[in-house]
Design a protein around this ligand. Structure first.
Ligand SMILES: *Cc1c(COP(=O)(O)O)cnc(C)c1O
Length: 387
């Protein structure tokens, strides 16, 4: 083993924050005798609902399964169309396909990277049943405008809130009643993580009941209720259900993480402000926007390269990586992938194409040090010196 060359300073794009409390919580759960969808899942749901301001919260195995259940809960079926952005992680579009429906992609606003309400109506057909609004990388979508159109055209609204824990839309957190259902992710790239996991919030009691059944094979009584009953219970299965359960180990981690969320977001906002200030010297770099009344949680910090940039996006990413700074291309565009590609769709999404080709996500994570962030900023300066 060589000891002569010190580890090169390397900054990853993201890193989950897991403390001693999460470790203890998992160990206690393992020793408790109840490992899946038990008391800790119930407690996590209760506290999550209280945090976001929702009546009901239903824990599941991921945001992808949350979205799948949401479409089942909304009775979206084969032949239906659901409007959504292409500029999103591919799970957004896939979840619509799972129920046999068709995603219809609408272009995004070039400033917020969220659905452009002005382009929504042109995409509505007699088959359109719902709009899936995505709060991309943590910035809330234009829910008032989307809801106004949906109401007028008798469409349902569902939120892909995978990235939006703790984000605020005009005084209320995402997950509070801005739509029929909101779906969250607890994947390690998101702000609150349980390894894998998801949550659906809703105000609708019937949807709450149905999704609780569907996530456990459509069984009409929960394991906890059966366990606690003094009488023998013979359960029923009235429809085809799924196994989308969260484990109690995941929920135990989630409960600890929920207590940290506001601190996580505060720190991310500080890092974001430093990036924005430091990179303002490059007039060809556009920092993220935060429209009046909205709180960005900075799930990711993404900048856009404008046309007059002295270096291409991909060359900039490579030059930064050569200096130990990991970045990611901005948000993908689902319509460019094989299951969704068509030339016609491509020609209708100029802002989506431009955004996916010209954005970069910079490193941002809770335990990042000032020194780490300076290393990123210095990386930019070095690459661009003399350009
Ligand atoms: C991460 C993400 C998902 C998928 O979440 P999983 O929990 O990994 O299934 C869906 N939509 C968006 C916008 C995401 O960022």
């Amino acid at each position: 083993m060589s000891t002569s060359t010190p580890e090169k300073h390397f900054i990853p794009i993201a890193k989950p924050f897991i403390g001693a409390e999460e470790e203890t919580a998992v160990l206690e759960t393992l020793r408790s005798g109840w490992l899946s969808q038990g008391p800790r899942v119930a407690e996590f749901e209760k506290q999550f609902a209280a945090y976001v301001g929702a009546k009901h919260a239903i824990a599941v195995s991921s945001c992808t399964t949350a979205l799948h259940l949401a479409f089942l809960g909304a009775n979206i079926q084969a032949g239906d169309e659901v409007i959504c952005p292409s500029l999103s992680f591919i799970a957004t579009a896939n979840s619509i396909r799972y129920v046999g429906a068709r995603p219809v992609f609408v272009d995004v606003d070039p400033v917020t990277f969220n659905l452009d309400p002005a382009k929504l109506e042109a995409a509505i057909t007699p088959r359109t049943r719902a709009i899936l609004a995505v709060h991309q990388i943590g910035l809330p979508a234009a829910m008032n405008e989307i809801n106004e159109i949906a109401q007028r055209r008798s469409l349902l609204v569902i939120e892909d809130a995978a990235c939006a824990i703790g984000s605020v839309y005009h005084g209320k957190r995402i997950g509070a009643p801005h739509s029929l259902m909101a779906c969250f992710s607890f994947h390690p790239r998101k702000i609150l993580t349980t390894g894998e996991g998801g949550m659906i919030t809703t105000e609708d009691a019937q949807i709450n009941e149905r999704l609780r059944r569907l996530r456990q094979h459509a069984m009409d009584v929960s394991d906890v209720a059966r366990h606690q009953s003094k009488n023998v219970i013979l359960e029923r299965y009235d429809e085809v259900g799924y196994n989308f359960r969260m484990t109690d180990m995941q929920a135990a981690v989630g409960l600890v993480q929920l207590g940290r969320v506001e601190g996580f977001i505060r720190r991310r906002r500080e890092f974001a402000a430093v990036y924005t200030e430091a990179l303002s010297e490059y007039e060809w770099l556009v920092p993220p926007s935060e429209p009046q009344g909205l709180r960005h949680n900075y799930q990711s910090y993404m900048v856009r390269l404008k046309g007059r940039s002295p270096i291409s996006r991909d060359d900039l990413m490579q030059a930064l990586l050569d200096r130990g700074v990991s970045t990611r291309r901005g948000i993908m565009a689902a319509h460019r992938e094989k299951p969704y590609f068509s030339n016609r769709t491509d020609s209708m999404l100029p802002e989506t194409n431009s955004a996916t080709d010209n954005c970069i996500i910079l490193p941002l994570f809770h335990q990042m040090s000032e020194e780490d962030q300076n290393h990123v900023i210095e990386g930019f300066r070095e690459v661009l010196r003399g350009k």
